[in-house]
Design a protein around this ligand. Structure first.
Ligand SMILES: CCC/C=C/C(=O)SCCNC(=O)CCNC(=O)[C@H](O)C(C)(C)COP(=O)([O-])OP(=O)([O-])OC[C@H]1O[C@@H](n2cnc3c(N)ncnc32)[C@H](O)[C@@H]1OP(=O)([O-])[O-]
Ligand SMILES: NC(=O)C1=CN([C@@H]2O[C@H](COP(=O)(O)OP(=O)(O)OC[C@H]3O[C@@H](n4cnc5c(N)ncnc54)[C@H](OP(=O)(O)O)[C@@H]3O)[C@@H](O)[C@H]2O)C=CC1
Length: 307
């Protein structure tokens, strides 16, 4: 246990220290929110981690914070930063080839980077639809394909993709719901196709409830995640650590016989009834369709013929 301002810093990864010694991982979106949590835990467990996303300043700030955090645990971070927009094929190719060149291998890929904006589906412009689908589905596809073709096909590896609570559709995030459903399906396909190369491919599906300041800023509402708690059977929002531990499990030998799977991390939210974003209270009941009885002669459109 190391000291932090004279006090022991409590680090509580459930996994054994050194579990990922000598391993190399890429975590997209690894400088903020959930991705930062995953990066910290992988580093703490001994992994070399490359974090990658669009914004250089975000990557630099996140890396500095992570390095300081890890130093307080008494470990040296093998943390590296590469700029990459997952929507750009050349940048994805470069991310994988640079990582393999620098570290000699690639054991883990965590496709965490992504997101969307809130909008009724009727109002989404084609450019916005494409931006969200390219970020979440096409970006995941490109990273998986390049990781496989450039390294994992011949050496094995583990991939974890990011889905969301879109199981009942996702009102006001129709673009992302559709893209993440695609990610879940792609995960199953790759789990089967790449099993022959000893590559496992799984996903996690956090509920709409993993509080992080960067995520909340995306919606211009710092409290957006608090509203979710009433809809969660476990009666609270989730933490980045709770997503990270599921990711670390899927990457670990403990999950050696799991592939093509998506794990829900949502406190039971997706099995419960209410979505985060509700329809207008003004909406009227919909039209009813029913058979009319042959005796219903009073009904203006009733039929007297036998059904
Ligand atoms: C809370 C519930 C659960 C939370 C789950 C989470 O995931 S938390 C994680 C939360 N974190 C994240 O989600 C972070 C990552 N997310 C993002 O960076 C963005 O949401 C992105 C995915 C749209 C990419 O953005 P970008 O800047 O690279 O995109 P671009 O410049 O290439 O073109 C974009 C086009 O999309 C449209 N459009 C964009 N915004 C809006 C809007 N507010 N309104 C309407 N439309 C909007 C617009 O058409 C625009 O083009 P235009 O018509 O203006 O020429
Ligand atoms: N928080 C939640 O409740 C939930 C989150 N999720 C998903 O989990 C993931 C992490 O979200 P969270 O940490 O909460 O939110 P953040 O907004 O903090 O994280 C999003 C990350 O993705 C990166 N990113 C966005 N677009 C791209 C791109 N085109 N190329 C590369 N990187 C990109 C961003 O970095 P940069 O801006 O530098 O590119 C940022 O680091 C996302 O996919 C999100 O949609 C899913 C369900 C629920």
């Amino acid at each position: 246990m190391s000291l932090h301002h004279g006090k022991p810093l409590c680090v509580s990864s459930i996994f054994r220290p050194g579990l990922y010694d000598g391993q190399v991982a890429i975590v997209t979106g690894g400088a903020t929110g959930i991705g930062k949590g995953i990066t910290k835990e992988l580093l703490f467990l001994g992994c070399t981690v490359v974090i990658a996303s669009r914004k250089a300043d975000r990557l630099a700030d996140g890396a500095e914070e992570i390095r300081n955090w890890l130093q307080n645990t008494g470990r040296q971070a093998s943390l590296h930063v590469l700029q990459c927009n997952v929507r750009k094929e050349d940048e994805v190719k470069n991310l994988i080839s640079t990582t393999v060149r620098m570290f000699g291998k690639l054991d883990f890929l965590v496709n965490n980077g992504g997101g969307q904006f809130l909008s009724s589906t009727a109002d989404i412009r084609l450019k916005g639809w494409n931006a969200v689908v390219e970020t979440n589905l096409t970006g995941t596809f490109l990273l998986c394909r390049e990781a496989y073709n450039q390294w994992m096909k011949d050496h094995g590896g583990v991939i974890v993709n990011m889905a969301m609570d879109m199981w009942k559709g996702y009102p006001f995030m129709g673009h992302s719901g559709a893209a993440r459903a695609g990610v879940v399906n792609l995960t199953k396909t790759l789990g089967v196709e790449w099993a022959q190369s000893n590559v496992r491919v799984n996903a996690v599906a956090p509920g709409s409830s993993i509080a992080s300041p960067t995520a909340a800023a995306n919606y211009g509402n710092a409290n957006i995640f608090d509203a979710a708690a009433v809809n969660i059977p476990l009666k609270r929002t989730g933490t980045v650590e709770e997503v990270s531990s599921a990711v670390c499990f899927l990457l670990s030998p403990g999950a050696a016989f799991i592939t093509g799977e998506t794990i829900r991390i949502d406190g039971g939210q997706s099995f419960y009834i209410t979505p985060n974003f509700r329809l207008s209270e003004d909406s009227k009941p919909s039209d009813v369709y029913r058979w009319q009885s042959q005796f219903d002669s009073d009904h203006p459109t009733g039929t007297k013929s036998k059904l």
